[in-house]
Write a protein that binds this ligand. Structure first.
Ligand SMILES: [Zn+2]
Length: 211
């Protein structure tokens, strides 16, 4: 029985090793990550490299209007029948910095505008008293969680849950060494998980878990 939300999301290294040995070539995990950081080896967290179907873009965004991302996710859910969808953000993200920099090129600001919108919406929670990098790191965490929650409300995931396909959606954050932070994280395996787990993740950020 998992003790914490993180235990539920991230299997123990022992079970991950067992799973790796039993790898049958099936793609089990769909991961959306950020262009400015190579995805580290997450086998210890249950994500064997051979089992990952990945999608990479600047700022690890999961936008409904982005056909590239939406079609990749639909392929992952409907065709590959993956067991998990994960949005993986990271501390020290330069895309987050670019989103908040008014001197960034127009095209860049346009793509990253959802992140700037998040910063405005949650400005109180992100805080203004910390140093700027701390605020940006909190925004990185908030963005990963927001994107994951957005996936939950999208057509691919809601349809999968309606037909009782087993599927967990995660929002995870990597530290600067590429390790998954234990908190804040978001995870949902059913519609009823979305709101309470999103609120809990927000609370973790507001309590300055990342500081
Ligand atoms: Zn990044």
């Amino acid at each position: 029985m998992p003790d914490t939300l993180t235990d539920q999301i991230l299997p123990s290294s022992e079970s991950a090793a067992d799973k790796s040995e039993a790898n049958d070539g099936r793609l089990r995990h769909f991961v959306i990550s950020c262009s400015d950081r190579a995805l580290p080896d997450l086998a210890a967290h249950g994500f064997s490299r051979e089992e990952i179907l990945s999608h990479v873009n600047l700022g690890n965004l999961a936008l409904a209007g982005d056909l590239n991302c939406a079609s990749a996710m639909q392929f992952a859910v409907d065709v590959c029948e993956v067991e998990s969808l994960s949005v993986i953000g990271h501390l020290g993200c330069r895309a987050i910095g670019a989103a908040m920099n008014r001197r960034s090129a127009m095209l860049l600001r346009q793509w990253l505008s959802p992140i700037a919108g998040l910063a405005a919406k949650y400005s109180d929670m992100l805080g203004v008293s910390g140093d700027s990098q701390t605020v940006l790191d909190r925004l990185s965490a908030l963005n990963a969680i927001e994107q994951a929650a957005r996936l939950c409300r999208g057509l691919a995931v809601s349809s999968a849950w309606q037909r009782r396909q087993k599927l967990t959606v995660n929002g995870l954050i990597l530290d600067r060494n590429g390790c998954v932070l234990p908190q804040p994280t978001f995870s949902a395996a059913a519609v009823d998980d979305i709101d309470p787990n999103f609120r809990q993740a927000l609370e973790n950020i507001s309590h300055r878990i990342i500081a």
